[in-house]
Design a protein around this ligand. Structure first.
Ligand SMILES: C[S@@+](CC[C@H](N)C(=O)[O-])C[C@H]1O[C@@H](n2cnc3c(N)ncnc32)[C@H](O)[C@@H]1O
Length: 428
């Protein structure tokens, strides 16, 4: 590869233009913010007009002596661009880092070129362009002049199809009142960097709900209960999906033992004007529904509270049951190394095995009472190890095979009792 050379900044922009024109721009990064520019244009209060330091030529660090907080913390420190495919068309996702936050924007090739032209040399001193033929690094050394380095290509083709943003039911960039209220989004619809995981989790959950909507009555008020709703961001998400995105009339109830949490959720629901959403204090086991329930949701309801939620839903003939179990202690205390020699000797293995076995038993019981059941991954394992979702749809065809499977597994585990079985005695 040739040695670095000096060239005009325009020459670098031409390289970018050319790579964009043949869909061969695999990424751009602008870094090394121009501090001088930030002072003179964006932070006049720090360097008032007439300040001798503005416009000085020596390359010194011009930051005034400022104690914390760092006034530049929110100033863009980096722009990262990657190609994505939106509705079958090539676009470029621009991520702008400001302090701890990252903001995203999708741009066409022309818009990207305009943006980079405006930023490079003005707000950033370093630009890196990645193409299939070469990596280009350009460093501003004088006004409109850069030192250009060409290297062997380091990036492989970007995974355009892996962009999940286009599939999100609540896309980034669309202001969503409840996400703003719970601090996931800014009022303008940008997802805060620290809340990206929660944002993904909300959307993932909504995908599951959306998938089962065809199983629910197509008309009339949908009645949904969220058992052990806690702070309820998923309850609000569910309500948003059903009402705002799917135009349904709903009665959504969030139930929890904790009165303070319930009060807070109710206040938020009223503040946001969430029609048909209310919160109640109560115990899952003793909760008496005042009418038919179409869908029951229980997300991380502790230990056997999940069983209580499933049993209630089955008794009410809920059409859909979504349950993400939480900590599971019941079987852990009942199985011993004798049942599965070698496997259960280590505490952590026993704990995980107990949780898996519990969900297998629950799934078999649900099928036994007439619910087609799938066990699927709820969210990425990186967020929580409690990431399985039991997704059950009522078929009214109890499965004797599943009942048999349940009995076999129970016997293999050496179990005499199992909470969900007791709770479903009448239905089994
Ligand atoms: C881990 S939090 C999960 C909150 C929420 N569903 C989520 O996934 O973010 C579990 C919640 O279940 C509630 N809970 C546990 N047992 C319950 C019961 N028997 N009846 C009602 N709520 C219960 C707790 O008070 C707590 O708020």
């Amino acid at each position: 590869m040739p040695a670095p050379r000096e060239c005009s900044l325009t020459e670098f922009l031409d390289l970018l233009r050319e790579s964009l024109s043949r869909d061969a721009c695999w990424g751009v990064v602008l870094s090394q913010p121009c501090r001088v520019d930030a002072h003179s244009r964006g932070r006049e209060s720090l360097f008032p007009i007439g300040d001798a330091r503005v416009g000085a030529t020596e390359p010194v660090d011009r930051r005034p002596e400022i104690k914390t907080p760092d006034p530049f913390a929110e100033w863009p420190s980096k722009l990262t661009v990657r190609p994505i495919e939106l509705s079958g068309a090539r676009q470029y996702q621009l991520a702008e880092r400001r302090g701890k936050q990252e903001f995203h924007l999708n741009l066409t090739a022309d818009e990207l070129l305009t943006r980079i032209t405006a930023e490079f040399g003005e707000r950033f001193e370093q630009a890196d362009l990645f193409t299939p033929d070469a990596d280009y690094s350009a460093r501003v050394i004088r006004k409109d002049v850069v030192r250009l380095t060409k290297r062997k290509p380091s990036k492989s083709a970007p995974p355009l199809t892996h962009d999940r943003r286009k599939q999100y039911l609540i896309p980034e960039g669309r202001p969503c009142p409840f996400l703003t209220e719970i601090g996931v989004m800014t009022p303008a619809g940008q997802v805060k960097a620290a809340k990206q995981a929660k944002f993904r989790q909300v959307n993932r959950f909504l995908e599951f709900v959306d998938d089962v909507l065809p199983e629910l009555p197509p008309q009339g008020v949908l009645r949904v209960i969220d058992f052990g709703c806690g702070k309820s961001y998923l309850t609000f998400a569910l309500h948003y999906l059903l009402t705002e995105l799917r135009g349904r009339e709903v009665e959504v109830i969030g139930l929890d033992l904790k009165s303070e949490v319930v009060r807070d959720c109710q206040r938020i629901a009223e503040k946001l004007g969430c029609r048909g959403l209310r919160f109640e204090v109560g115990d899952i086991a003793g909760y008496a529904a005042t009418g038919p329930v179409d869908m029951s949701v229980s997300l991380h309801a502790c230990d056997t509270a999940t069983d209580a939620a499933i049993a209630q839903a089955v008794r009410w003939h809920a059409k859909v049951i979504l349950a993400v179990p939480c900590c599971q202690h019941e079987i852990f205390g009942l199985i011993s190394d004798d049942s599965l020699p070698g496997l259960l000797r280590h505490g952590i293995l026993k704990e995980r095995f107990a949780a898996l076995a519990t969900d297998a038993l629950r799934a078999a019981l649900l099928e036994a009472v007439g619910y087609r059941t799938q066990v699927v991954e709820f969210i990425d394992l990186e967020h929580t190890p409690k990431n399985l979702l039991l997704r059950s749809v009522r078929t009214d065809r109890p499965s004797s095979e599943s009942r048999e499977r349940y009995e076999q597994l129970k016997a293999q585990l050496g179990l005499r009792d199992f909470t969900l079985e007791q709770l479903l005695q009448t239905e089994l």
